[in-house]
Ligand binder design. Structure first.
Ligand SMILES: [Zn+2]
Ligand SMILES: [Zn+2]
Length: 292
């Protein structure tokens, strides 16, 4: 029996839908919960990306598994689809638990006030001690170590109200990038936006797994300029430019049914094939697991 090499990182999707939860028979395959992704490094510490409605099932899973190590939560931004599950995250209701929320420099006070408001009346029933189980720490613009060798780096997304794109590295280089809400706007050829896109492609260069916003179909882009999202075609173009090995389409539009998501994946596969690059294409579904 040969010894297997443990993965450098394991990724599991708990919420894949953008904007608004959209459960129902038309979304059963890809899921209706809003963004939440679990990332585990080699030490099994849990890093959670975003607290959309998908975090509810993750919380139940962690409790059932008896998970007791510290949990780190990284919020890409504060739009409701990325935070609406926080008050339903079961580990928060366990006395003695600590959830460490990581945020950018200068954001901790605002984020603490925001989450306190979410977890107290009138938005939520009074439950003693909930918000006190969250603590906030800021990182500067340099690499921020997370757990057992994983490091997170941030890049500014183009998104109303600001949002972060995260890249996770270990000692051997990039592992994963997460860009849930990001307007690539390839039609915009202004010097400023071109420079930003070039810097983003550099930031993502060689990343094995890229999770990227694919909210729109290409023909829907003109009427949504400035809304902060991309098409599946644009996400594929970025993945080809940065040399990603796997692109995971993410943040599916709430009106997009399963057949339409599958059709978008096929269109992206054809785009990748035409380029000649060996890019693997997936659309994220609840329960999808990936390892690097
Ligand atoms: Zn969103
Ligand atoms: Zn957003």
């Amino acid at each position: 029996m040969s010894a297997s090499v443990p993965p450098r990182v394991r990724i599991r999707f708990w919420g894949t839908r953008g904007t608004c939860p959209s459960p129902g028979p038309r979304t059963v395959r890809y899921g209706g919960n809003t963004p939440c992704v679990e990332v585990r490094g080699p030490d099994n510490h849990v890093i959670i990306l975003d607290a959309g409605s998908g975090i509810r099932a993750l919380g139940a899973h962690l409790l059932a598994a008896g998970h007791s190590t510290p949990i780190q939560l990284l919020l890409s931004h504060r739009h409701s689809d990325h935070v609406l599950g926080l008050a339903h995250f079961a580990p928060l209701f366990e006395p003695g638990n600590r959830i460490h929320v990581r945020c950018g420099e200068g954001e901790a006070d605002a984020l603490a006030a925001f989450t306190r408001a979410m977890l107290t009346p009138p938005l939520f029933p009074a439950v003693d001690g909930l918000s006190s189980r969250l603590d906030f720490s800021e990182w500067d613009d340099h690499d921020a170590p997370l757990s057992n060798g994983l490091v997170v780096k941030r890049f500014p997304a183009r998104h109303p109200g600001e949002a972060a794109i995260f890249r996770f590295d270990d000692a051997n280089g990039p592992l994963l990038a997460y860009a849930p809400d990001n307007e690539l706007a390839y039609h915009d050829q202004s010097a400023e936006v071109r420079a930003w896109r070039a810097a983003l492609a550099d930031f993502l260069r060689g990343v094995p797994v890229l999770i990227h916003d694919a909210t729109y179909r290409h023909h829907e882009l003109p009427q949504h300029a400035g809304w902060g999202h991309s098409s599946h075609v644009e996400a594929t173009r970025l993945a080809l430019e940065c040399g990603a090995r796997t692109l995971v389409l993410f943040h599916h539009h709430p009106d997009r049914d399963d057949d339409s998501v599958e059709q978008m994946v096929e269109e992206c596969r054809a785009q990748a094939t035409r380029s000649g690059a060996p890019l693997r294409l997936l659309a994220a579904w609840e329960g999808l697991t990936l390892s690097v």
